[in-house]
Design a binder for this molecule. Structure first.
Ligand code: ATP
Ligand code: MG
Length: 561
């Protein structure tokens, strides 16, 4: 490809709205442009990489027996209502206003729809169906560039099986394919246990890349390899100790105290002497959740513990439920179900809200005063706590989710009546699995792991081009002739070549662009070296430069690429 005829709008400056490296590099290198919040256009150089990622995914999916489909993005809303997911996805789901349609954020429903009736017998199973297609999600805070788009490309696959044993096989095949895909893309990643979220189902694992740009938090134990999304990670943290003597309950006036920090300052106590109260609505009934001090409720764990529909109570609901507004709510005489985090199990002499505005209660002994309280793991594991498996120290850090594999079970088959006949002629629901990969996230994660202060450092096989051929002074006939010949010869050798043939651009400008665009090899053709029958070869990654005889160029390139 000739730079003079290409649209590669590189930028010297760091764009204002980009914070993370992959986003900055994508914009500066002219790979992508934003159309609107969370919506991006791929430019030719960027789209070339997208296609390479897609090719790798397709090859590995075909290798495990996947069959490629193309389901529509525009879906009748009715099917989504049948599985309860119009509500489950909530505001994330895009609705078409003048019609009863939604824009598909994933395709479990559509797979189940096509499987229904068409797969009649156990003889038709198992099946692996996949597609590489656009998804739509009305992400509330699209940031981090293409890592969280409102429209993005996903490879989504679905397994259809007779039973759990079949699902185990399909799940293992996807685990294998995913490792092959991410290995081939040259990524450093790891796998963590995860929550199944809005998808439903039992086991699920995520493929993660460690990165400060990530929006997921992961707990990892270097010693035993325990790794889990912080949404579900468990740790061993110290229970608060039970003090010898429990005081009597006493009420104290706490004007203008609304937070745990304010309470601690006001009473000159430690946060570990307080229990924070949060009210949720679980299947239309209020429930009080007690946490130690400033610990926040981990809503994924809460949802997993309670099942059903759970949401935080709205501020205007609090007073009717508890008698007080936020900041003054507590467990004493609370008239509904109460659950607490495990760390509070032995708690006594605690302070909490009095269910009366501007009052707190002290001397709370949870066993004595709140005997109906149930205890669960409801907090998020923190850095430095002990690994639940081996007791060694946990590392908690940010990560980007590349892909997710789920055992769905029969949730969708049950909702949509997707049945097959087994060997005995008995009707059974098809057992499903669901497996997603974010194509743009592979791209962004590669960049997060492969750059320096000058720009991108591509490597095979995702690199848009193998060689960046730079003609230093293209107005010089010797240089331009040599470049033209090299361009044709190198392509004939099977290399992908980006040829900077611009007449007007200065050498410095071309070098900066080449370093920013980051092709693995730069081939620099200038008058001085040419006179000796030589060109310069630069390794983008190491910065190493070598002046080589044109006659030896081929063997040197073979070695380097
Ligand atoms: P997240 O937790 O990051 O919102 P998710 O768990 O909702 O993602 P899945 O439904 O598991 O995502 O989708 C499968 C894959 O699609 C994810 O692993 C991720 O790589 C990709 N993906 C999901 N949402 C987005 C998005 N908004 N933009 C780009 N890629 C996405
Ligand atoms: Mg996920």
């Amino acid at each position: 490809m000739r730079v003079s005829r290409s649209f590669i709008p590189t930028l010297k400056e760091v764009p204002n709205d980009a914070v993370i490296q992959s986003h900055i590099l994508m914009i500066r290198a002219g790979l992508v442009r934003q159309l609107s919040a969370g919506i991006y256009s791929w430019l030719p150089l960027g789209y070339k990489v997208i296609r390479k990622i897609i090719d790798i995914i397709r090859e590995e999916m075909n290798a495990i027996g996947g069959q490629e489909f193309h389901f529509p993005g525009l879906n009748p809303k009715e099917i989504w209502e049948q599985t309860g997911r119009v509500e489950a996805f909530g505001d994330i789901l895009f609705h078409i206003k003048n019609r009863e349609y939604v824009l598909a954020p994933t395709h479990e429903e559509i797979v189940a729809y096509h499987a229904k009736g068409a797969i009649a017998s156990y003889k038709d199973l198992p099946q692996i169906w996949y597609q590489i297609q656009t998804k739509f999600r009305n992400e509330p805070r699209p940031r981090s560039g293409v890592i969280r788009g409102r429209q993005f490309i996903m490879k989504d696959a679905y397994t259809l099986d007779r039973d759990d044993a079949g699902l185990d096989v399909g799940y293992a095949l996807h685990d294998k394919a995913y490792r092959a895909i991410f290995d081939r893309c040259g990524l450093r990643y790891f796998v963590v246990g995860a929550s199944s979220g809005a998808m439903g189902g039992s086991k699920s694992e995520e493929f993660m890349v460690k990165s400060d740009a990530g929006e997921d938090t992961v707990a990892y134990c270097e010693k035993c390899g325990y790794a889990a999304n912080a949404e579900v990670a468990q740790s061993v943290a110290a229970l608060i100790p039970h003090q010898k003597e429990s005081k009597k309950l006493f009420e104290i006036s706490t004007p203008n105290v609304h937070s745990i920090d304010e309470l601690c300052t006001f009473l000159k106590i430690d946060e570990h002497e307080t229990a924070k109260s949060r009210i949720y609505i679980h299947d239309a009934k209020p429930i009080l959740v007690l946490m130690l001090g400033n610990d926040e409720v981990n809503e994924t764990k809460l949802g997993n513990v309670l099942g059903g529909n759970v949401r935080p109570a709205h501020p205007e609901e609090l007073k009717e439920i508890s008698g007080a507004d936020a900041g003054s709510i507590g467990p004493i005489d609370f008239p509904h179900r109460i659950i607490a985090d495990n760390l509070l199990k032995d708690g006594n002499n605690l302070y909490s809200g009095a269910n009366k505005n501007d009052f707190h209660i002290g001397g709370i002994d949870l066993r004595r005063d709140v005997s109906k309280c149930e205890y669960f793991d409801l907090r998020t594991a923190e850095n430095g706590e002990k690994c639940i498996r081996c007791g060694s120290t946990l590392d908690v850090f940010k990560a980007i989710e590349l892909g997710h594999i789920f055992k769905l079970g029969t949730k969708y088959s049950d909702a949509l009546g997707v049945l097959y006949l087994d060997e005995n002629g008995k009707e059974r629901p098809i057992v499903m699995g669901s497996y997603g990969i974010g194509v743009e996230r592979i791209f962004a994660c590669f960049l997060e792991q492969n750059y320096d202060e000058k720009g991108i450092i591509w490597k095979k096989p995702l690199n848009p081009f193998d060689i960046h051929l730079i003609g230093l002074n293209m107005k010089n006939e010797m240089v331009s002739k040599a470049c033209e010949k090299l361009y044709i010869d190198l392509i004939a050798e099977g290399y992908e070549v980006l040829f900077d043939d611009r007449l007007e651009a200065s050498a410095g400008f071309k070098f900066n662009d080449a370093d920013l665009l980051g092709m693995p090899i730069q081939l620099i053709v200038g008058e001085k070296n040419l006179k000796d029958g030589k060109v310069e070869v630069k390794n983008r990654k190491t910065g190493e430069k070598k002046v080589v005889e044109l006659t030896q160029l081929n063997s040197i390139l073979k070695e380097l690429i």
